[in-house]
Design a protein around this ligand. Structure first.
Ligand code: NAD
Ligand code: IPM
Ligand code: MG
Length: 360
């Protein structure tokens, strides 16, 4: 099995160094046999290859069993032309691998129930799975651009667009995953103001009626969903939504779990093609280089790769349990609110503690 690591920018290389440590532990003590390669993406790739995703790196990704990315972007590249910005490298990778479904689980680890800004009794036991459409919608719709109007002012425009097959394939993923959970899907859009949202609702409803009668389906407008996530997040099992709403709502959900530094993700496409696993957080320029970033989201992303693609769900369980145990033992990076008997550690301290439990 081959895993391509794309550390990227800012805290990306820092958290992936800890993923590497965990892989070494799993290889040495649990016969994982995972071969690791490294590649460039984002600003790091722009600096070395003049493009945020070089064609040879996309080819390396396609030839791997799975890809694990750190993060892209940062102030250093703010002035570069729009097509060359680091974030475009990530979008090209998602598109290039056909990764239409982004699974973002928001789980509240028991030890972190008091690290959330919400009260413990609102988030205790929280377990939501976001299924975010990832290669369509306003992120990729045409036409797009900035044009100069006759009066000299400018107009920036993007296009929100979804086709029936694009909606059906990601909805199918959400329904299938719901069958392995509590069997409830809440589909989120703004059918009240957007035609693409209306088609989304009609398509999900029709697919449900045709094939998924055993799954409970509800619909919610995205603005209400943002409010409900804060009011009563445990009402949700699977949230199915589009690219932009999924991006925003999953960041909001991250704070329910204690920190953005805790949320992993898996981007999946057609069976047999490699998936892309990445923490949902960014390159965190404000803390990059300080050795204090939380590596848990990246390590939990490795666990998702072990479960969904590398054929080792047992080692996914082991890795997730190691993270949970380390939190129970009181280890905290700076982004996690302390509590009694907690021990503040840096990125490496957290990675070492998790690896020690895996290797024990
Ligand atoms: N998948 C990605 O690569 C990705 C995702 C989001 C943002 N970005 C990019 O990252 C750059 C910075 O964006 P931003 O500041 O809006 O979002 P961010 O996620 O990088 O940071 C938001 C806040 O969360 C904190 N944070 C994030 N991850 C953390 C971790 N693992 N441990 C501790 N604290 C953590 C940061 O310090 C910051 O205060 C931008 O260029 C943006 O485009 C990339
Ligand atoms: C960096 C950016 C392209 C990306 C997105 O908007 O999808 C990020 O915010 C994410 O959540 O993965
Ligand atoms: Mg985001």
């Amino acid at each position: 099995m081959k895993l391509l690591l794309l550390p990227g920018d800012g805290i990306g290389p820092e958290v992936l160094a800890e993923v590497r440590r965990v892989i070494d532990g799993l290889n040495a003590h649990h016969g994982l046999g995972l071969n690791v390669e490294n590649g460039d993406i984002g600003g790091a790739s722009l600096d070395r290859h003049g493009t945020p995703l070089a064609p040879h790196v996309l080819e390396m990704a396609k030839a791997s069993d799975a890809v694990l990315m750190g993060a892209v972007g940062g102030p250093k590249w703010q002035g570069v032309s729009y097509e060359l910005r680091p974030e475009q490298g990530l979008l090209n990778l998602r598109k290039g691998l056909g990764l239409y479904a982004n699974l973002r689980p928001a789980l509240c680890f028991p030890a972190l129930a008091d690290a959330s800004t919400l009260k413990r009794d609102v988030i205790d036991g929280l377990d939501i799975l976001f299924v975010r459409e990832l290669i369509g919608g306003v992120y990729f719709g045409e036409p797009r651009g900035i044009e100069t109007l006759p009066d000299g002012t400018k107009r920036g425009f993007n296009t929100q667009s979804y086709t029936t097959p694009e909606i059906e394939r990601v909805a199918r993923m959400a329904f299938d995953l719901a069958r392995q959970r509590e069997g409830r899907v809440c589909s989120v859009e703004k059918a009240n103001v957007m035609e693409s949202g209306l088609l989304w609702r009609e398509t999900v409803t029709a697919l449900h009626a045709r094939e998924y009668g055993d799954v409970a389906l509800s619909h919610m407008y995205a603005d209400n969903c943002a409010m409900q996530l804060v009011r009563d997040p445990r009402q949700f099992d699977v949230i199915l939504t589009d690219n932009l709403f999924g991006d925003i709502l999953s960041d909001a959900a991250a704070m329910l779990t204690g920190s953005l530094g805790m949320l992993p993700s898996a981007a999946l496409g057609e069976p047999g093609l490699p998936g892309l696993y990445e923490p949902i957080h960014g390159s965190a320029p404000d803390i990059a280089g300080k050795g204090i970033a939380n590596p848990c989201a990246a390590i939990l992303s490795l666990a998702m790769a072990l479960r969904y693609q590398l054929g080792r769900p047992d080692l996914a369980d082991l890795t997730e349990k190691a993270v949970s145990d380390v939190l129970d033992a009181g280890y905290r990076t700076g982004d996690l609110l302390g509590g009694e008997d907690t021990r503040l550690v840096g990125t490496e301290g957290m990675g070492r503690a998790i690896t020690e439990r895996i290797s024990a």
